[in-house]
Every structure is written in C-alpha cells, then in structure tokens.
Ligand binder design. Structure first.
Ligand code: ADP
Ligand code: MG
Length: 698
C-alpha cells in the first residue's frame, strides 16, 4: 500500500451537526480515503488518503453529491484558513428573517383566531397552493431527495412527509406554513452556527497575511507563505508582526493580546522573542523568522482551537447518540398515531414538530462559543471534552518549579566544602549543567557567567529527570542535583537553614565526594494565593503541591498558600499520584509548566500548562494551555467550564422537555400542524439565545 497523505480542505455549506456527519460519510466511504474528520466551526475537513487510489477531484465530486462543496482554491497553504465577508451578509438576512418570523407568528395567531385559513383553503383552488409549496420548499425538497437517494433520513425528510400528508388531506395552507417554518428553521440554524463560529473566526481573522522581508537589500512585501525561515522581516510601528522570530535589531512595545489575551504592552529589544499576530505599537524592529504560518505559536493555537471540536466529551456523545435514535422513535410515534387515531393531521403534526437539529446543536454550539471566547483571553482549550471534565474536577495538583514559582531561579549561596575554592565549585557545577535544559541548570550557568568563569567541556552528560545531572569532566564524575544523589545524606544544619528559607539546595559531588552546595531561590508567583482562594471558593477541596524538591522547601511554599504537599518526587511518582487519585474516582487537574511534568500533565484528566506561549512542549502536552503567565486564568477557566456546562445542560433539558411535550400534544391531536411547524422552530431560537450568553462576556 502506498504512503498515506493528509490533506486539509475547506468545506462550504454545513450548517448543523447532521451536515458534518454527511460530509464525513461522503468522504470516508470513498475507496482510498483512510479517514476524514470534518469540523463545523472552521468549515474544513482533514482527510487522510492514499494518493494512488483517490484524488481531490473525486473528493470534491463526492462532497458535491452530498450537497456541499469543496471550493477549488482548496489546498491548504501555510496561512490558517481565512474568512470571507459573506458571514456578515448572512447575519443581516437572518436578522431580517427573525422579524419576518415574528410577524408571521403574529398573523398566524390572528388568522387562526378569525378562521381565516379555513376560508382561504375553501376559496382558493388546491393546485395554486401546491405550486406555492413546491416553489417555497424547493431547496428543502431537493435536500431531502439527495439524502433519500443516499438512504439517509433527516429531520427534513420527516417534515416533508408531514407536508405531503397535509396536502393529501387538502390542508394546503398548513403545508405552506410548514414549509415556511422549515425555511426559517434552516436559517436560524445557520445563523446560530455562524454566531458560535464567530469567536473562532475572529481569532482566525487576526492571522497575518503578508510580511515585509529584506531580499537583495530591498524591502519587499510578500504573502506569508513565501517567507523563508531565517529571513529578516521588517516591522514598522502599528504593524502586525508576521512571524515568530528573534529580534535582531530595534526596540518596540508590543501588544500580545492576540496570543496572551493581555493588552498591557510588553517591551522587546534585540534578543527578545516575538510572536506572529502580535502588534508592534511603538518602535520598529528587524526580526529573524524562526517559525511561520501554521507552525507559529498563533498558527498552532488556531489549529488547536479549530480542531477542538473533535475532542468530544460524554455529554456531547450522549447528545449525538440521542439524536441518532430520535428520528426512528419519531417515525414509530407517527405510525402509531396514524394507526390508533386515524388522524392524518395529528400524524403530520408529529412529523413536523420533531426537528432534531436543535438537540444535535445544543452542545457543540455552546462548546464552540466558549472555546472561541476563551482563546481570545489567552486560554487555549483543546476540546469540549476538557470543558466537561473541568466542570466536574475535584482534585488540583500543582507542580512547583515554573508553576508556583516563575521558573527563573537564581543562585543565592555558594558553600564550598572539603577545601575546594568557591570558583571551582561553580565551574564544576556549571560545566556539568552545560547541556541541561532545566531552569536550575540555567541558574547555575548564569552564576558562573557573572563571575567570568570559563566552563569545561563534559565528555559525558546525562540528565536524571527530577534528580539532577551527571557528567564526566576531565577525569572525574561530577553530579549536581538533589539530596537523592548523595550516598550518605547526612543532615547538615546549614542546609536545613537554607531550605527553611524556601531555597532549593543543589549538592555538587566529585567522584562521589561532596565538594559544595549551591542554594537557589526562585520567585514565588504573587497571584497564587488569590487564585487558590478562588478555587476553594468554588468548592475544590483537594489542592496539593507535587514537587521533586526537598521537604522543607516544599513545606515553606505550601504553608504560604495553605495547601498540602508531597516532596522528593520523581516524574514517575507524580504520574503515580495522579493515577491514585483517578483510581479513587476523582477527576484530576494537573497544573504544570511542561518541564519534567509533561507525562503527569498528559496522565491527568485535565493537564493545564502555565505560560505556554513560546513553549511548544507545553502547548502540545497540555489539554488546556494558559498563554499568559497568570494564575488567575486558572479559576477563570474553571469558571468558563462550569458556566458552559450549565448552559449545555439547560439547552439539553429544554430541548428534551420541549420535544416530549410537543410530540405528546401533536400525537393526541391537540397541536395542529400549523402550530407544530411554528413550535419546532422555537427551540433553535432558545438555544441560540441561551448559548449567546456565553459569548456575551462581562
Ligand atoms: P519540580 O517538581 O519542583 O518542578 P523537578 O522535578 O524539575 O522539580 O526537579 C526536582 C529536583 O531535582 C530539583 O529541586 C533539583 O533538586 C533536582 N534537579 C532536577 N534537575 C536538575 C538539574 N538539571 N540540576 C540540578 N538539580 C536538578
Ligand atoms: Mg517543573
């Protein structure tokens, strides 16, 4: 079998969940297509296929037959998907339709009350009515025919049967009203979907499109896709930075709100990292491009938000399952109604009242809205699944270095032992740490640099996660790390004293002999106590610090914020603790920074990464990434999750009750088809309004 290729194409014309299923089916039933994932929010499909057996043209054709389109300019470039102005236009139409809807509903009430419809029905000839039904309902009937040819039953199929039933018994005014409300329903649906998409689209719209690069000593403007890595990009005041990169010249204040959600500007100068889609406010910059387009931090965020839909939680799956069983159940009720009451109008009413779309829409719409909105605040949530889980989470575990602290420790004390001079201790430690990426290693190297110490080249280097490093320098084995490294960890009064100040002690050994100790102090994140207080306030009782650091340092920090702790943990112990909580039935949130704790983040039900902008590991490993170094985002994301789930549950309960009541009234002939038609389009409006509350943020 040939190598599989992955293609990302835009798909147009999808308004609700049913459509997503149809496109997905159309694509995956093609021979040669391995898998197809279709996204409603971003209107695109990710297709894995065998290029020797199927091509884009065939896929376009299949999607077209299902009633949707893959536009021709479709193959994905390196810019995130862009949007056209069509949405605004559609929104205007939809608003207009709402008004028409209200007027129609009003005239219906008056008309029924005056007995107007019966009069019209008797006076105007039947074929005239039939013609109106056919013309007005043309797009819907075509859709139903297409679905039927593919042996699919949609809610429109049932309603069409209802329309036919009404026509047969001569109630053509009823048929017209039903068709009208079907059209209104379709529009409300696409309107609702558009609304929810908007938050995501707003984000996408901020992606840079062009860059000014220096080529042959001239500045030229090129599309983003043509920028090469390593090229120099010029950014003028007020402009969007087009790529992720390193500032090689200039100074500027930058608004990074697109990524971090924080609009307070940050200062950058030569050597700073800058991110695509952030805005240079003052000053001008020369930036060397390091990551471009979908590989940039912003591109990655957009991709993850767009694809968040694929991560569905239990509630959402339940809703999906329900909507697949719903239509057959309605059909059975309709048949029973016809058999028992022999009332074709009641049967028609049953078929008409049961539009399943709002059930299918209730959850994804709310999830979409929340994920999109959260992204604008610097909170990257990778799927509805995590919103669901977070709303129920009851245990929060917190990593120390880089999470509770800034992760930028500084060496405060150097204690030489066994006669070695201070400078030599630092030289040995920094040389051993030369190739370690741990924040403590950086601290040791910085301390050496400040004393102008030249480093030695280790001939062997090994990082021991959660413990320290081991290296071969000249003829000796050197280790730097926690007390675990010591063969005889005799308690040292000075060490205890430093630890009691919340400092991390690093033991430096040479050929298994202790030659010195280094104390490192890291800055505590000041907003942590407030954030923890907020978590307690919403009822999270288990909050625990998990650290590889020593007992005393852990205790000092944990006491400061009033949480429990476990110290001296290896990365695998952290995973073990997460698993233990899970085994007791808890839903565990792990908050870390992606350094040494990525496996624990992944094991937790919800892994939250701090300060993920600029850290690819953190973005990839976590389920929720905080793009800004701000602990208050933690209670915020809990809050968003709970609010979203409240809306989702309300939506579901509302639709369920509404449909049960509607079906019952219809089956007993109490709800005439005209009213059924109006009634079925109401839940969509309700869900729209309810979910819109999520978009309206204080
Ligand atoms: P935390 O759990 O606080 O995030 P880690 O698991 O990264 O910390 O590390 C735990 C302990 O292991 C540190 O406190 C330190 O004593 C030691 N350690 C880990 N990596 C290094 C290193 N590169 N150099 C020195 N010590 C290290
Ligand atoms: Mg850590």
């Amino acid at each position: 079998m040939a190598q599989l290729k992955t293609l990302q194409v835009p798909v147009r014309g999808m308004d609700c969940n049913e459509c997503v299923q149809h496109v997905q089916q159309a694509l995956s039933s093609l021979p040669g297509v391995e898998s197809a994932t279709v996204f409603l929010a971003s209107e695109k499909a990710n297709i894995q296929y065998d290029p020797t057996r199927v091509n884009l043209f065939v896929m376009q054709k299949a999607v077209k037959e299902a009633g949707y389109t893959i536009p021709n300019e479709s193959v994905s470039g390196s810019t995130p998907s862009d949007i056209g102005p069509l949405i605004n236009f559609r929104q205007h139409i939809s608003r207009l339709l709402m008004v028409v809807f209200a007027v129609m509903l009003f005239s219906l009430v008056i008309g029924e009350w005056l007995g107007l419809f019966d009069q019209i029905t008797t006076r105007v000839p039947w074929p005239f009515g039939l013609a109106i039904v056919l013309v007005a309902g043309y797009p819907i009937f075509m859709g139903v025919m297409r679905a039927t040819r593919k042996r699919q039953v949609t809610s429109h199929t049932l309603m069409t049967v209802g329309v036919i039933a009404a026509l047969i018994v001569g109630q053509w005014v009823t048929a017209i009203v039903v068709v009208f409300f079907m059209r209104v329903g379709s529009y409300t649906e696409s309107f609702t979907t558009d609304r929810a998409r908007r938050a995501v689209k707003n984000l996408t719209a901020m992606a840079p499109q062009t860059a000014r690069v220096v080529r042959a000593e001239k500045e030229i403007e090129v599309p983003i896709a043509e920028v090469q890595i390593g090229e120099t990009v010029i950014v003028y005041p007020g402009e969007k930075i087009p790529v992720d990169g390193l500032v090689i010249d200039g100074q500027a204040t930058i608004n990074q709100a697109t990524i971090t959600g924080e609009s307070l500007p940050v200062e950058v100068s030569t050597g700073s990292h800058v991110y695509a889609a952030t805005i240079a406010q003052l000053g001008h910059l020369r930036v060397q491009a390091t990551q471009i387009g979908t590989d940039s931090t912003f591109g990655r965020v957009i991709r993850l938000v767009e694809e968040a839909e694929a991560q569905r939680g239990d509630v959402q799956r339940l809703a999906d399952k329900f909507s697949t069983y719903y239509l057959p159940v309605v059909m059975i009720i309709a048949v029973l109604t016809l058999l028992l009451s022999r009332n074709p109008l009641a049967t028609a009413a049953v078929l008409v009242v049961a539009c399943s779309c709002s059930i299918a829409m209730a959850t994804p719409i709310a999830m979409l809205a929340s994920i999109g909105l959260a992204a604008q605040k610097g909170l990257l949530i990778k799927g509805g699944k995590y919103i669901e889980l977070l709303a129920r989470a009851d245990v929060v575990l917190i990593d120390k270095t880089g999470t509770l602290t800034l992760g930028k420790p500084q060496i405060t004390d150097i204690i030489p032992l066994n006669g070695l001079p201070e400078g030599d201790v630092l030289r040995l430690a920094a040389s051993a740490e030369r190739y370690s990426e741990h924040p403590l290693a950086q601290a040791v190297r910085t301390a050496a640099q400040q004393q102008y110490i030249t480093l030695l080249e280790p001939s062997y280097f090994e990082a021991m996660p959660g413990i320290g490093v081991r290296a071969q320098i000249e003829e000796h084995q050197i280790t730097v790390g926690s007390r675990r490294l010591m063969v005889d960890p005799a308690p040292d009064p000075l060490a205890s004293q430093l630890e009691a100040q919340g400092k991390t002690l690093l033991y430096v050994t040479r050929a298994d002999e202790l030659v010195g100790m280094l104390a490192a102090a890291d800055t505590f994140r000041t907003e942590v106590p407030e954030a923890i207080g907020k978590l307690r306030a919403i009822g999270i009782q288990h909050i625990e610090l998990l650290t590889g650091d020593n007992e005393r340092t852990a205790a000092t920090l944990a006491d400061k914020i009033g949480i429990t702790y476990r110290a001296n943990l290896l990365p695998e112990n952290k995973i073990q603790i997460v698993k233990e909580y899970q085994a007791q039935g808890h839903i565990v949130v792990m908050i870390g920074d992606g350094v040494n704790d990525a496996p624990a983040l992944a094991q937790a039900n919800i892994g939250i990464a701090m300060g993920a902008a600029g850290s690819d590991i953190a973005i990839e490993a976590a389920h929720i990434a905080l793009m800004r170094e701000d602990w208050l985002l933690v209670p915020e994301v809990f809050h968003i999750a709970r609010r979203t789930m409240r809306v989702v549950k309300m939506n579901l309960a509302f639709t369920a009750v509404y449909n049960v009541v509607g079906l019952t009234l219809a089956a007993f002939g109490i709800l005439p088809p005209i009213w059924a038609a109006a009634a079925q389009s109401l839940p969509d409006l309700g869900i729209l309004g309810n979910s819109a509350r999520l978009l309206r943020d204080k």
